[in-house]
Design a protein around this ligand. Sequence first.
Ligand SMILES: Nc1ncnc2c1ncn2[C@@H]1O[C@H](COP(=O)(O)OP(=O)(O)OP(=O)(O)O)[C@@H](O)[C@H]1O
Length: 660
Amino acid sequence: MPKSELTDIPAFAATQLSLLDAELQAELSETNALLSSHTPTALSRAGLAILNLNVSSIRTGLGGKPVVELALDPAVVAKGEKSDIPEHGIRTGDIVAIQDQPAGSAKKTEKRELANEGVEGVVLRVRRENIEVVLDKEDADTPSGSKLWIVKLANDVTYKRMNQTMTKLQKLEDQEYTPFMRVLFGQASPTPIPTDVNDPSNPLHNLEWHDPSLNDSQKEAIKFALTSREIALIHGPPGTGKTHTLIELILQLLKQKLRLLVCGPSNISVDNIVERLASQKVPMIRLGHPARLLPSVLNHSLDVLTRTSDAAALVQDVRKEMDDKQSSIRKTRNAKERRQIYTELKELRKEFRVRERGCVENLVKGSKVVLATLHGAGGFHLKGQEFDVVIVDEASQALEAQCWVPLLWVKASKLVLAGDHLQLPPTIKSLNTKDAKAAKKDNKKGDKTTDRKSKGEEDVEGNAESAVKSAAPSITLETTLFDRLLALHGPSIKRMLTTQYRMHEKIMRFPSAELYDSKLVAADFVKARLLKDLPYAVQDTEDTREPLVFWDTQGGDFPEKIEDDGIGKGSKGMSLGDSKSNDAEAALVKMHVRNLIDAGVKADDIAVVTPYNAQVSDPPCMIAWRLRFRSSARLTALYNSWLSYPRCLKRRFRALSWDP
Ligand SMILES: Nc1ncnc2c1ncn2[C@@H]1O[C@H](COP(=O)(O)OP(=O)(O)OP(=O)(O)O)[C@@H](O)[C@H]1O
């Protein structure tokens, strides 16, 4: 077998490390350029900073770190007005600096200065009236100035973890590679799946479905995932019930008394599964900070369980004592007293960590299903724990290095990936650099081979070696684990879900033909569904009886504008908001939406989707829609010229589906 980045583990890890470094540098330089070339006022207008804040409270969060709550300085709130923080783009999980606020017009806000003068932390919760930040350093002294600002920094936390993971992989000795890992690197073929269902050791022996409504392709995918020894890929095009299928798979694996780690690249992908498992009354633990979880899954979060379980009382005592100390620091101005309190806090933190760790360990070890983001699975809670199966949902949205976080820090011997490698891969910034563009160009040939392979299942069935030879693309960050495994082992390691439950047949036809070898089938209850048949009074018009409408906007009457953010370009030519808009197209969309509303379609059932921010926000008519349709959850199929870009197209088709 030829040695390549696909099969040689140290070479693979080294490539990943250099690609991750390039990506991190791209992110850091983008942030630095923005921060150094814009005033605080401009950054705030662009949503990257919040000005005029005060510390309203400090408490102790998970891990003993201080959580700072910031609210708008009362001095800047007009009498009788609400003290809501103005619109901004800072979200839970963002890395921010908290700093004494410079003059609004001050130029050159260097990242260097931010790190030196302020403190850094992660945003925990964003509310209308305040924002909570957990500080990186336990003994960080929050700036005490009367007016603070927070500014978004590049997020290097996920890189650090991926970096540690790839470094660990790179350093493993040959004898440390498990048989499972050898399959993941094509150094061994997957174990053939057992076929005798009468054999009591076959997982399909006496198989009974929990959900009788599963379709044939879903059942086949589950059977395959149950019987495969090392890897199983579940390929789920949009709306084909990927998550639905995973729930049944999880229930079946639990019936076999197996211990499972279930991950996804984002919190929402994980919470989606927690919600569905909760409705099946499955006991489980969701790792991750509660501020990032959906309210509906909180009862399963480790944080809540460490407060409510029996062992939790011991932790709570110390937590309370630490909170009291934190607030006393803020009350005292005497330096000696402050130092004394810091020393006591340090001791309490040690105690807190020991107790918390004990409580957490008991809870996690006792759980048959643990759910976390890929990143979160690399936290200390799971280090070295054994799981029979690791399941990753939305696997084609994750960088491969991210998928290795659970695979390397826990002990696992089987992996199930669910995803769709034919939809958008994760967003990569460094691909815009010259070197990366060249690398991408080089890979094009390899990609074509991989694509062809994943479409035409027959040609490479079961022939891993020839697959490696023919595909052998060198790796970019966009090459997901899903892609690489398909390139290594061919389509015999995957099963595709083929019935989709979201789109009218006509909407489905194009993506099905272009991306899925015309294999998609529309479920009976969606295949002929039209707006005029909505369960409330909608007139039968030419707009409501067509599931798909094309408006041709090519040509001189629809000129495109490049908009900037209205605050000018910075000294390094970096603008906060270069984006495209097209007033005439906007007017067309507006007219179409108006027709639908006049026919009786509810505004809440309409969503307008565009790839450009400027098209959403700038033309006056678009602003009007945004206000009106803010709560839109569903969509009418409306296409315009930019749909011809293949990438947008994939994204659009994802968005263009709607639930009944
Ligand atoms: N066998 C089935 N019978 C009826 N409805 C189903 C079946 N499988 C899935 N669905 C429905 O199809 C819709 C899509 O399912 P699900 O969200 O699991 O799909 P997905 O592939 O994960 O979606 P996405 O495209 O968002 O990734 C849901 O409304 C679900 O209830």
